[in-house]
Design a protein around this ligand. Structure first.
Ligand SMILES: [Zn+2]
Length: 426
Protein backbone atom coordinates (compact mmCIF):
# COMPACT_ATOMS: atom_id res chain seq x y z
CA UNK A 1 0.00 0.00 0.00
CA UNK A 2 1.33 3.36 -0.95
CA UNK A 3 -1.14 5.86 0.39
CA UNK A 4 1.03 8.93 -0.10
CA UNK A 5 1.05 8.38 -3.87
CA UNK A 6 -2.66 7.56 -3.93
CA UNK A 7 -1.92 4.08 -5.24
CA UNK A 8 -3.24 0.87 -3.66
CA UNK A 9 -3.57 -2.77 -4.61
CA UNK A 10 -7.27 -3.49 -5.07
CA UNK A 11 -8.42 -6.47 -2.96
CA UNK A 12 -10.31 -7.99 -5.91
CA UNK A 13 -9.81 -7.60 -9.65
CA UNK A 14 -11.89 -4.75 -11.05
CA UNK A 15 -14.90 -4.57 -11.12
CA UNK A 16 -15.56 -7.17 -8.42
CA UNK A 17 -16.27 -6.22 -4.80
CA UNK A 18 -15.84 -9.72 -3.37
CA UNK A 19 -14.74 -13.23 -4.39
CA UNK A 20 -16.20 -16.69 -3.89
CA UNK A 21 -15.13 -20.24 -4.72
CA UNK A 22 -17.32 -23.32 -4.41
CA UNK A 23 -14.88 -25.60 -2.57
CA UNK A 24 -16.70 -28.90 -2.82
CA UNK A 25 -15.61 -32.21 -1.32
CA UNK A 26 -16.17 -35.07 -3.74
CA UNK A 27 -17.76 -37.49 -1.23
CA UNK A 28 -20.72 -39.47 -2.55
CA UNK A 29 -20.34 -38.22 -6.11
CA UNK A 30 -20.31 -40.65 -9.05
CA UNK A 31 -18.27 -39.73 -12.15
CA UNK A 32 -21.47 -39.32 -14.19
CA UNK A 33 -22.97 -37.00 -11.58
CA UNK A 34 -19.67 -35.08 -11.40
CA UNK A 35 -19.83 -34.51 -15.17
CA UNK A 36 -23.45 -33.35 -14.91
CA UNK A 37 -22.66 -30.95 -12.04
CA UNK A 38 -19.84 -29.30 -13.95
CA UNK A 39 -21.66 -29.18 -17.27
CA UNK A 40 -24.23 -27.10 -15.39
CA UNK A 41 -21.73 -24.95 -13.48
CA UNK A 42 -18.96 -24.55 -16.04
CA UNK A 43 -20.53 -24.70 -19.52
CA UNK A 44 -23.37 -23.06 -21.40
CA UNK A 45 -24.83 -26.37 -22.49
CA UNK A 46 -28.37 -27.49 -21.79
CA UNK A 47 -28.32 -29.82 -18.76
CA UNK A 48 -30.96 -31.65 -16.68
CA UNK A 49 -30.60 -28.87 -14.07
CA UNK A 50 -31.14 -26.13 -16.65
CA UNK A 51 -28.97 -24.10 -19.02
CA UNK A 52 -25.31 -24.09 -17.94
CA UNK A 53 -24.05 -21.11 -15.95
CA UNK A 54 -20.64 -20.73 -17.60
CA UNK A 55 -18.69 -20.20 -14.37
CA UNK A 56 -15.11 -21.19 -13.54
CA UNK A 57 -15.68 -23.69 -10.73
CA UNK A 58 -13.12 -26.30 -9.63
CA UNK A 59 -13.74 -29.40 -7.55
CA UNK A 60 -11.88 -32.17 -5.75
CA UNK A 61 -11.00 -35.82 -6.35
CA UNK A 62 -9.50 -38.91 -4.78
CA UNK A 63 -6.84 -41.37 -5.85
CA UNK A 64 -8.17 -44.26 -3.74
CA UNK A 65 -11.37 -45.47 -2.20
CA UNK A 66 -11.05 -48.07 0.56
CA UNK A 67 -14.63 -47.71 1.73
CA UNK A 68 -16.17 -51.20 1.85
CA UNK A 69 -19.61 -50.21 0.59
CA UNK A 70 -18.87 -47.30 -1.74
CA UNK A 71 -18.35 -47.82 -5.47
CA UNK A 72 -18.54 -45.60 -8.54
CA UNK A 73 -16.65 -42.64 -7.09
CA UNK A 74 -14.34 -39.96 -8.51
CA UNK A 75 -11.20 -41.93 -7.70
CA UNK A 76 -8.24 -42.33 -10.05
CA UNK A 77 -7.34 -45.87 -8.94
CA UNK A 78 -9.69 -48.78 -8.56
CA UNK A 79 -10.21 -49.27 -4.82
CA UNK A 80 -6.77 -49.20 -3.20
CA UNK A 81 -5.09 -51.02 -6.10
CA UNK A 82 -2.59 -49.61 -8.59
CA UNK A 83 -5.00 -50.19 -11.49
CA UNK A 84 -6.54 -47.03 -12.99
CA UNK A 85 -10.29 -47.00 -12.43
CA UNK A 86 -12.93 -46.66 -15.15
CA UNK A 87 -13.02 -42.93 -14.30
CA UNK A 88 -9.22 -42.36 -14.44
CA UNK A 89 -9.06 -40.89 -17.96
CA UNK A 90 -12.04 -38.63 -17.29
CA UNK A 91 -10.45 -37.38 -14.05
CA UNK A 92 -7.25 -36.41 -15.88
CA UNK A 93 -9.37 -34.58 -18.45
CA UNK A 94 -11.26 -32.72 -15.71
CA UNK A 95 -8.00 -31.60 -14.10
CA UNK A 96 -6.81 -30.28 -17.49
CA UNK A 97 -10.10 -28.46 -18.05
CA UNK A 98 -9.93 -26.84 -14.61
CA UNK A 99 -12.94 -28.74 -13.28
CA UNK A 100 -10.66 -30.29 -10.63
CA UNK A 101 -8.07 -28.29 -8.71
CA UNK A 102 -8.12 -29.82 -5.20
CA UNK A 103 -7.13 -33.19 -3.76
CA UNK A 104 -9.62 -34.36 -1.13
CA UNK A 105 -6.73 -36.09 0.63
CA UNK A 106 -5.38 -39.20 -1.11
CA UNK A 107 -8.62 -41.05 -0.74
CA UNK A 108 -11.63 -42.22 1.16
CA UNK A 109 -10.31 -44.45 3.93
CA UNK A 110 -13.39 -43.93 6.10
CA UNK A 111 -14.37 -47.10 8.00
CA UNK A 112 -11.54 -49.12 6.47
CA UNK A 113 -8.22 -47.31 6.92
CA UNK A 114 -5.17 -48.71 5.17
CA UNK A 115 -3.41 -45.64 3.78
CA UNK A 116 0.37 -46.00 3.44
CA UNK A 117 3.16 -43.72 2.20
CA UNK A 118 3.64 -45.84 -0.93
CA UNK A 119 0.15 -44.84 -2.05
CA UNK A 120 1.17 -41.18 -2.03
CA UNK A 121 4.24 -42.06 -4.12
CA UNK A 122 2.04 -43.87 -6.65
CA UNK A 123 -0.45 -40.99 -6.82
CA UNK A 124 2.20 -38.29 -7.18
CA UNK A 125 3.91 -40.32 -9.92
CA UNK A 126 0.67 -40.12 -11.93
CA UNK A 127 0.49 -36.33 -11.56
CA UNK A 128 4.14 -35.99 -12.52
CA UNK A 129 3.85 -38.27 -15.54
CA UNK A 130 0.80 -36.32 -16.72
CA UNK A 131 2.46 -32.94 -16.09
CA UNK A 132 -0.32 -31.93 -13.69
CA UNK A 133 -0.08 -29.65 -10.71
CA UNK A 134 -2.47 -29.83 -7.73
CA UNK A 135 -1.78 -27.21 -5.08
CA UNK A 136 -4.80 -27.52 -2.78
CA UNK A 137 -5.25 -30.26 -0.17
CA UNK A 138 -8.51 -30.74 1.71
CA UNK A 139 -8.68 -33.24 4.59
CA UNK A 140 -11.43 -35.84 4.33
CA UNK A 141 -13.74 -37.50 6.81
CA UNK A 142 -13.43 -38.63 10.40
CA UNK A 143 -10.16 -38.97 12.28
CA UNK A 144 -10.14 -42.68 13.09
CA UNK A 145 -9.27 -44.15 9.70
CA UNK A 146 -8.30 -41.20 7.51
CA UNK A 147 -4.76 -41.18 8.83
CA UNK A 148 -3.53 -39.61 5.58
CA UNK A 149 -4.99 -36.29 6.73
CA UNK A 150 -2.71 -33.38 7.60
CA UNK A 151 -2.61 -31.00 10.57
CA UNK A 152 -5.33 -32.80 12.50
CA UNK A 153 -4.15 -33.95 15.97
CA UNK A 154 -5.30 -37.52 15.26
CA UNK A 155 -3.96 -37.75 11.70
CA UNK A 156 -0.53 -39.02 10.70
CA UNK A 157 0.13 -37.58 7.24
CA UNK A 158 2.54 -34.93 8.52
CA UNK A 159 4.04 -36.86 11.44
CA UNK A 160 7.33 -38.49 10.37
CA UNK A 161 8.06 -40.43 13.58
CA UNK A 162 6.49 -41.26 16.90
CA UNK A 163 7.65 -42.50 20.28
CA UNK A 164 6.22 -45.86 21.22
CA UNK A 165 5.19 -46.44 24.87
CA UNK A 166 8.51 -48.16 25.58
CA UNK A 167 10.40 -45.15 24.30
CA UNK A 168 11.50 -46.43 20.89
CA UNK A 169 11.46 -44.03 17.99
CA UNK A 170 9.34 -45.44 15.15
CA UNK A 171 8.75 -44.21 11.60
CA UNK A 172 5.12 -43.45 10.81
CA UNK A 173 4.03 -45.56 7.85
CA UNK A 174 1.33 -43.07 6.85
CA UNK A 175 3.72 -40.08 6.71
CA UNK A 176 3.74 -38.40 3.31
CA UNK A 177 3.91 -34.60 3.84
CA UNK A 178 7.52 -34.35 2.59
CA UNK A 179 6.50 -35.96 -0.72
CA UNK A 180 3.22 -34.10 -1.02
CA UNK A 181 4.61 -30.66 -0.24
CA UNK A 182 7.66 -31.52 -2.33
CA UNK A 183 5.34 -32.14 -5.28
CA UNK A 184 3.84 -28.65 -4.97
CA UNK A 185 0.95 -28.85 -2.49
CA UNK A 186 0.83 -25.40 -0.88
CA UNK A 187 -2.66 -24.78 0.54
CA UNK A 188 -4.11 -27.15 3.15
CA UNK A 189 -7.46 -27.31 4.91
CA UNK A 190 -8.28 -29.28 8.03
CA UNK A 191 -11.54 -29.80 9.90
CA UNK A 192 -10.89 -27.07 12.50
CA UNK A 193 -10.73 -24.43 9.75
CA UNK A 194 -14.45 -24.10 9.13
CA UNK A 195 -15.70 -20.60 9.93
CA UNK A 196 -19.14 -19.03 10.12
CA UNK A 197 -17.85 -15.54 9.42
CA UNK A 198 -19.09 -14.58 5.93
CA UNK A 199 -15.94 -13.80 3.95
CA UNK A 200 -12.30 -13.77 4.98
CA UNK A 201 -9.41 -11.34 4.41
CA UNK A 202 -11.50 -8.46 5.62
CA UNK A 203 -11.84 -6.84 9.07
CA UNK A 204 -13.66 -8.98 11.61
CA UNK A 205 -13.69 -8.83 15.37
CA UNK A 206 -14.22 -11.32 18.15
CA UNK A 207 -17.84 -10.29 18.49
CA UNK A 208 -18.69 -11.15 14.89
CA UNK A 209 -16.95 -14.50 15.32
CA UNK A 210 -19.06 -15.22 18.41
CA UNK A 211 -22.28 -13.89 16.87
CA UNK A 212 -21.87 -16.46 14.12
CA UNK A 213 -21.16 -19.32 16.56
CA UNK A 214 -22.88 -22.68 16.12
CA UNK A 215 -26.56 -22.33 17.13
CA UNK A 216 -26.48 -25.94 18.32
CA UNK A 217 -24.35 -24.78 21.27
CA UNK A 218 -26.74 -23.56 24.02
CA UNK A 219 -27.03 -19.77 24.15
CA UNK A 220 -25.66 -19.53 27.69
CA UNK A 221 -22.52 -21.44 26.74
CA UNK A 222 -22.04 -19.26 23.65
CA UNK A 223 -22.36 -16.18 25.82
CA UNK A 224 -19.91 -17.54 28.39
CA UNK A 225 -17.39 -18.41 25.64
CA UNK A 226 -17.68 -14.91 24.18
CA UNK A 227 -17.14 -13.34 27.63
CA UNK A 228 -14.07 -15.51 28.31
CA UNK A 229 -12.67 -14.78 24.85
CA UNK A 230 -13.11 -11.04 25.29
CA UNK A 231 -11.53 -11.24 28.75
CA UNK A 232 -8.51 -12.98 27.23
CA UNK A 233 -7.57 -10.00 25.02
CA UNK A 234 -5.54 -8.07 27.61
CA UNK A 235 -4.38 -11.18 29.51
CA UNK A 236 -0.81 -12.54 29.49
CA UNK A 237 -0.14 -15.46 27.10
CA UNK A 238 -0.56 -18.39 29.59
CA UNK A 239 -3.91 -16.98 30.82
CA UNK A 240 -4.96 -16.39 27.23
CA UNK A 241 -4.22 -20.02 26.39
CA UNK A 242 -6.22 -21.26 29.40
CA UNK A 243 -9.17 -19.05 28.52
CA UNK A 244 -8.97 -20.26 24.91
CA UNK A 245 -9.16 -23.87 26.09
CA UNK A 246 -12.18 -22.97 28.22
CA UNK A 247 -13.90 -21.42 25.17
CA UNK A 248 -13.25 -24.55 23.13
CA UNK A 249 -14.59 -26.69 26.00
CA UNK A 250 -17.78 -24.62 25.97
CA UNK A 251 -18.20 -25.42 22.27
CA UNK A 252 -17.01 -22.17 20.66
CA UNK A 253 -13.28 -21.93 19.90
CA UNK A 254 -11.67 -18.57 20.62
CA UNK A 255 -11.31 -16.09 17.78
CA UNK A 256 -7.94 -16.55 16.08
CA UNK A 257 -8.02 -14.57 12.86
CA UNK A 258 -10.14 -14.01 9.80
CA UNK A 259 -7.36 -14.49 7.29
CA UNK A 260 -8.25 -16.67 4.31
CA UNK A 261 -4.71 -18.10 4.24
CA UNK A 262 -2.04 -18.23 6.94
CA UNK A 263 1.50 -19.66 6.83
CA UNK A 264 1.52 -22.83 8.90
CA UNK A 265 4.19 -25.33 9.91
CA UNK A 266 3.14 -28.95 9.55
CA UNK A 267 4.44 -31.29 12.24
CA UNK A 268 7.41 -32.29 10.06
CA UNK A 269 8.42 -28.64 9.72
CA UNK A 270 7.11 -28.18 6.16
CA UNK A 271 5.75 -24.69 5.61
CA UNK A 272 2.40 -24.41 3.82
CA UNK A 273 -0.61 -22.11 3.89
CA UNK A 274 -3.59 -23.32 5.83
CA UNK A 275 -6.88 -21.87 4.63
CA UNK A 276 -10.38 -21.31 5.97
CA UNK A 277 -13.67 -22.37 4.43
CA UNK A 278 -17.03 -20.84 5.22
CA UNK A 279 -19.91 -23.14 6.09
CA UNK A 280 -21.61 -25.40 8.55
CA UNK A 281 -21.12 -29.16 9.02
CA UNK A 282 -24.88 -29.60 9.15
CA UNK A 283 -25.38 -27.69 5.90
CA UNK A 284 -23.03 -29.62 3.67
CA UNK A 285 -25.30 -30.87 0.86
CA UNK A 286 -26.76 -29.37 -2.34
CA UNK A 287 -30.07 -29.02 -0.45
CA UNK A 288 -28.33 -26.35 1.66
CA UNK A 289 -27.19 -24.17 -1.25
CA UNK A 290 -30.27 -21.89 -1.10
CA UNK A 291 -29.45 -21.13 2.57
CA UNK A 292 -25.67 -20.87 2.11
CA UNK A 293 -26.01 -18.64 -0.95
CA UNK A 294 -29.03 -16.70 0.32
CA UNK A 295 -29.17 -13.07 -0.83
CA UNK A 296 -28.42 -11.82 2.69
CA UNK A 297 -25.19 -13.90 2.73
CA UNK A 298 -24.10 -12.68 -0.71
CA UNK A 299 -25.03 -9.09 0.25
CA UNK A 300 -22.91 -9.40 3.38
CA UNK A 301 -19.99 -10.74 1.33
CA UNK A 302 -20.25 -7.80 -1.08
CA UNK A 303 -20.64 -5.20 1.68
CA UNK A 304 -17.58 -6.42 3.55
CA UNK A 305 -15.46 -7.14 0.47
CA UNK A 306 -14.42 -10.60 1.63
CA UNK A 307 -13.02 -13.70 -0.06
CA UNK A 308 -14.95 -16.88 0.64
CA UNK A 309 -14.32 -20.58 -0.03
CA UNK A 310 -17.63 -22.36 0.44
CA UNK A 311 -17.61 -25.74 2.20
CA UNK A 312 -20.07 -28.07 0.51
CA UNK A 313 -20.56 -31.49 -1.09
CA UNK A 314 -22.16 -30.75 -4.44
CA UNK A 315 -22.49 -34.44 -5.31
CA UNK A 316 -23.81 -35.75 -1.98
CA UNK A 317 -27.52 -34.96 -1.71
CA UNK A 318 -29.30 -36.20 1.38
CA UNK A 319 -31.81 -38.15 -0.70
CA UNK A 320 -31.54 -39.88 -4.08
CA UNK A 321 -32.46 -37.69 -7.02
CA UNK A 322 -32.63 -37.81 -10.79
CA UNK A 323 -30.57 -34.71 -11.50
CA UNK A 324 -27.68 -32.79 -9.98
CA UNK A 325 -29.60 -29.73 -8.75
CA UNK A 326 -33.26 -29.27 -7.81
CA UNK A 327 -34.91 -26.05 -9.03
CA UNK A 328 -34.31 -24.01 -5.85
CA UNK A 329 -30.65 -25.11 -5.75
CA UNK A 330 -30.11 -24.29 -9.42
CA UNK A 331 -31.79 -20.93 -8.81
CA UNK A 332 -29.45 -20.13 -5.89
CA UNK A 333 -26.45 -20.94 -8.10
CA UNK A 334 -28.04 -18.86 -10.86
CA UNK A 335 -28.24 -15.83 -8.56
CA UNK A 336 -24.54 -16.25 -7.78
CA UNK A 337 -23.78 -16.46 -11.51
CA UNK A 338 -25.82 -13.28 -12.08
CA UNK A 339 -23.76 -11.43 -9.48
CA UNK A 340 -20.60 -12.66 -11.17
CA UNK A 341 -21.81 -11.46 -14.57
CA UNK A 342 -22.84 -8.10 -13.07
CA UNK A 343 -19.26 -7.64 -11.85
CA UNK A 344 -20.17 -7.86 -8.17
CA UNK A 345 -18.87 -11.22 -6.89
CA UNK A 346 -15.97 -12.88 -8.67
CA UNK A 347 -16.63 -16.62 -8.87
CA UNK A 348 -13.43 -18.59 -9.37
CA UNK A 349 -11.72 -21.88 -8.61
CA UNK A 350 -10.52 -22.49 -5.05
CA UNK A 351 -6.90 -22.62 -6.22
CA UNK A 352 -7.33 -19.24 -7.96
CA UNK A 353 -9.01 -17.70 -4.89
CA UNK A 354 -6.13 -18.84 -2.68
CA UNK A 355 -3.54 -17.81 -5.27
CA UNK A 356 -5.03 -14.32 -5.42
CA UNK A 357 -4.91 -14.14 -1.59
CA UNK A 358 -1.21 -15.06 -1.72
CA UNK A 359 -0.51 -12.36 -4.32
CA UNK A 360 -2.41 -9.80 -2.24
CA UNK A 361 -0.09 -10.54 0.68
CA UNK A 362 3.18 -10.98 -1.10
CA UNK A 363 3.31 -8.98 -4.32
CA UNK A 364 6.04 -6.36 -3.91
CA UNK A 365 5.53 -3.12 -5.79
CA UNK A 366 6.46 0.56 -5.72
CA UNK A 367 4.61 3.59 -6.98
CA UNK A 368 6.40 6.38 -8.84
CA UNK A 369 4.75 9.31 -10.54
CA UNK A 370 2.79 7.88 -13.46
CA UNK A 371 3.86 4.27 -12.98
CA UNK A 372 3.79 1.23 -10.73
CA UNK A 373 6.91 -0.95 -10.65
CA UNK A 374 6.40 -4.60 -9.78
CA UNK A 375 9.37 -6.03 -7.88
CA UNK A 376 8.16 -9.63 -7.87
CA UNK A 377 6.67 -11.84 -5.19
CA UNK A 378 8.29 -12.41 -1.81
CA UNK A 379 6.27 -15.02 -0.01
CA UNK A 380 7.05 -17.13 3.08
CA UNK A 381 5.58 -20.28 1.49
CA UNK A 382 6.18 -19.83 -2.26
CA UNK A 383 9.50 -18.03 -1.85
CA UNK A 384 10.86 -15.18 -3.97
CA UNK A 385 10.04 -15.23 -7.64
CA UNK A 386 9.26 -13.03 -10.56
CA UNK A 387 5.72 -13.83 -11.65
CA UNK A 388 4.93 -14.38 -15.29
CA UNK A 389 2.66 -11.72 -16.81
CA UNK A 390 -0.02 -14.45 -16.99
CA UNK A 391 0.18 -14.96 -13.21
CA UNK A 392 -0.50 -11.26 -12.71
CA UNK A 393 -3.55 -11.35 -14.91
CA UNK A 394 -6.46 -9.66 -13.13
CA UNK A 395 -4.36 -7.84 -10.51
CA UNK A 396 -5.87 -4.37 -10.15
CA UNK A 397 -4.51 -1.16 -8.70
CA UNK A 398 -6.33 1.95 -7.56
CA UNK A 399 -4.27 4.71 -9.12
CA UNK A 400 -4.44 8.00 -11.05
CA UNK A 401 -5.56 7.93 -14.66
CA UNK A 402 -2.89 6.99 -17.18
CA UNK A 403 -0.67 5.06 -14.75
CA UNK A 404 1.56 2.40 -16.35
CA UNK A 405 2.39 -0.95 -14.70
CA UNK A 406 5.88 -2.32 -15.35
CA UNK A 407 7.41 -5.72 -14.72
CA UNK A 408 11.21 -5.81 -15.15
CA UNK A 409 10.99 -2.45 -16.90
CA UNK A 410 8.48 -3.68 -19.48
CA UNK A 411 4.95 -2.25 -19.46
CA UNK A 412 2.19 -4.81 -18.91
CA UNK A 413 -1.08 -4.64 -20.83
CA UNK A 414 -3.65 -2.95 -18.62
CA UNK A 415 -7.28 -1.95 -18.90
CA UNK A 416 -8.15 1.39 -17.33
CA UNK A 417 -11.23 1.77 -15.15
CA UNK A 418 -12.50 5.00 -13.54
CA UNK A 419 -10.22 4.84 -10.49
CA UNK A 420 -7.42 2.56 -11.58
CA UNK A 421 -6.03 -0.12 -13.89
CA UNK A 422 -6.35 -3.88 -14.17
CA UNK A 423 -3.57 -6.05 -15.60
CA UNK A 424 -5.01 -8.10 -18.43
CA UNK A 425 -2.66 -10.38 -20.29
CA UNK A 426 -5.28 -12.75 -21.68
ZN1 LIG B 1 -14.90 -35.80 2.50
Amino acid sequence: MSLSSGVALRPHPFPYRASLALASDVDGCSPDRFEEIHRFLNTREGTPSGPGLGLDVGDSFWFYCAHPSVRDVVSYFEGVSDRPSAAAVRILGWIRRGWIDCLHSYGDFEQAGGFRRGMAERALAVLKAEGLDIRVWINHGGPFHNLQNLMHPRSLGDLPRYLSPNGTDQPVLEYHADLTVGAGMRFCWSQDLLTRVVGQDRPCGRLEHHQGADEAVPALRRLAAAALDLASVPAPAPVRRALGKACAYLGVPPYESNDLIEPFHLRDGSLVYRFRRYGDYRKDAPEDLPALLAPRILDRLEETGGSLALFTHLGKPRTRRERAFLPDEAAALGVLADRHREGRIQVLRTSSLLGQAMLRRSLRWRAEPGRILLDGVDDPVFGRFLPSPKALDQVSFLCPEGTQVLLEGRPLPVRAFPSGVRIETA
